[in-house]
Design a protein around this ligand. Structure first.
Ligand SMILES: *Cc1c(COP(=O)(O)O)cnc(C)c1O
Length: 478
């Protein structure tokens, strides 16, 4: 039990809402037929706060977190959940995660700063990154985060700072697992084409066995360094939990290798993120991969725990503490993104429904062919009557949802994309000088702004004109 979990009242009891159609425990079709997030009508939220708008359900986030945590705790003795902060960096989101007792995975100085600003217990935070800057390492060391080493010169750089500050540092090592059993497995092409092993091998992440042994041997002799964990992140390469189980088991294989070759057995393994979630209406990569058949946290927990225990028994290793870094699986289902219909255009073979929401706001729709299920906000259960392309206003094709079966939509209607709580605001872009949207946090019937909508000053105010260019642009040449 972490410190936060002992604070009475900080993590409220949750009672799922009884919707006529459920898109989640706290998102569904409400009594008037409109889309609801918890106790709030999305039509009312969109009118009040404007669009494009991200809406996060606090209770859905808490509920999803608890379900994920409890699934792993049912199957494994010691489990810590570290929310991947990058999936949604909102300070309010981090506060909710703190209250739930979640740790966090930070990437870069700013994410670490935000987590610390939100009061997250630094002992529950890890810093990941392939190219950590000096100021980043110093911030982590000064505040007591665990640093996952991912470069050969990182240990010396950490030691130099730790000695100067006279601080002890927890370190982990990010591994480049062999993943031999995944040599022929294909999955979701997140890192280019190829098998899961090829995709994993092709990324910049992780240290080889020999490099890991060298780091461990050196670290064991260093007074300021405490070896804490090994780390791996399979990423969103598969939605087959057996692939994750292979990965989890191999973490123990490496533990045995380190015991035998470097004299250290990792007391903790951190198996990263990439955990999927499915919805009956479909969501996820390559158009629509994760439906009702997608693995649940329970499936992942059962298979990964079994693989870890089996390999530990085979090698005579004690069971390490297990850390996981789910991002999307927790933040994704907690949010929707709402946009307003503008121009509706009928072509020879197609109909386009323009929204003020764009691939700037659902960037994975463009980059990863990610499917976000779209529903009309008003009369959300209305029978679909036509197939349309839902597009944004950007100067590219800007398809946020192509070939969607929708009821008749007209200017002024709102459309919501479900399961858009992760990697939307945190990877939103300003292309075409668009303003970044606001986010509201819903809890019951309360709705509060947690991210302000950008204003023109935020876009224009960053630019500078060198003085030598000023007059000549306005004064006519003689
Ligand atoms: C991105 C990332 C995660 C979270 O990934 P999800 O797919 O959102 O679960 C976890 N750990 C590390 C190191 C990451 O880079």
């Amino acid at each position: 039990m972490t410190i936060q979990e002992k604070i009475p009242g900080s993590a409220p009891q949750l009672t799922p809402v009884d919707y006529s159609v459920k898109f989640g425990e706290f998102i569904g079709i409400g009594p008037n037929g409109n889309l609801f997030v918890d106790g709030c009508d999305v039509q009312v939220l969109a009118e009040k706060f404007g669009t494009p708008l991200y809406i996060i359900s606090e209770n859905q986030l808490r509920h999803t977190y608890r379900a994920f945590r409890d699934a792993f705790r049912r199957h494994y003795p010691e489990v810590e959940i570290l929310f991947a902060n990058k999936s949604n960096n909102g300070l309010a989101i981090r506060h909710i995660m703190n209250q739930e007792g979640a740790g966090g995975d930070c990437f870069g100085a700013q994410e670490m700063y935000m987590a610390l600003l939100a009061g997250t217990n630094a002992r529950t935070l890890v810093l990941n990154g392939s190219n950590k800057q000096d100021e980043e390492l110093e911030m982590a060391i000064a505040n007591g985060l665990c640093i996952n080493i991912d470069a050969m010169d990182e240990l010396d750089r950490i030691v130099e700072i730790a000695e100067r500050l006279d601080r002890e540092v927890d370190i982990g090592i990010r591994l480049k697992l062999d993943l031999e059993p995944l040599r022929a497995r294909t999955g979701v092409a997140m890192h280019g084409p190829g098998t899961l092993k090829q995709q994993s091998d092709s990324t910049k992440w992780g240290m080889t066995r020999e490099q890991t042994v060298e780091i461990v041997k050196r670290a064991l002799g260093m007074p300021h360094i405490k070896l804490k964990e090994t780390h791996f992140h399979l990423s969103r390469m598969s939605n087959d939990p057996n692939d994750f189980a292979v990965m989890a088991g191999e973490m123990l294989t490496w533990s045995g290798y380190l015991r035998d070759n470097a004299g250290w057995t990792p007391p903790c393994i951190d198996i990263g993120g990439g955990w999927t979630f499915g919805k009956w209406y479909g969501t996820g990569p390559n158009s629509q991969l994760d439906d009702a058949k997608a693995p649940t946290a329970e499936d992942y927990a059962r298979l990964c725990s079994a693989a870890i225990k089996e390999e530990a028994a085979r090698l005579g290793l004690p069971l390490p503490k297990l850390r996981l870094e789910p991002g999307r699986a927790l933040s994704g289902p907690a949010g929707v993104a709402a946009g307003r219909v503008g121009a509706v255009k009928v072509g020879a073979s197609k109909k386009w429904v323009n929204l003020d929401l764009s691939t700037n706001h659902l960037s994975w729709a463009a980059v990863l062919d990610w499917y976000y299920h779209a529903v009309p906000v008003k009369n959300a259960g209305a029978e679909a009557s036509e197939v349309v392309d839902l597009v944004g206003p950007l100067c590219n094709s800007d398809e946020v949802g192509s070939h969607r079966k929708m009821p008749l939509l007209k200017r002024g209607d709102f459309v919501a994309f479900l399961d858009a709580g992760g990697y939307t605001e945190s990877s939103a872009a300003r292309y075409n000088a668009q303003l970044l949207p606001a986010t509201v946090l819903v809890s019951g019937t309360q709705a509060e702004i947690i991210t302000e909508r950008e204003q023109m000053k935020d876009v224009a105010g960053r630019f500078r004109v060198p003085p030598r260019l000023l007059a000549s642009s306005f004064t006519p040449k003689p």
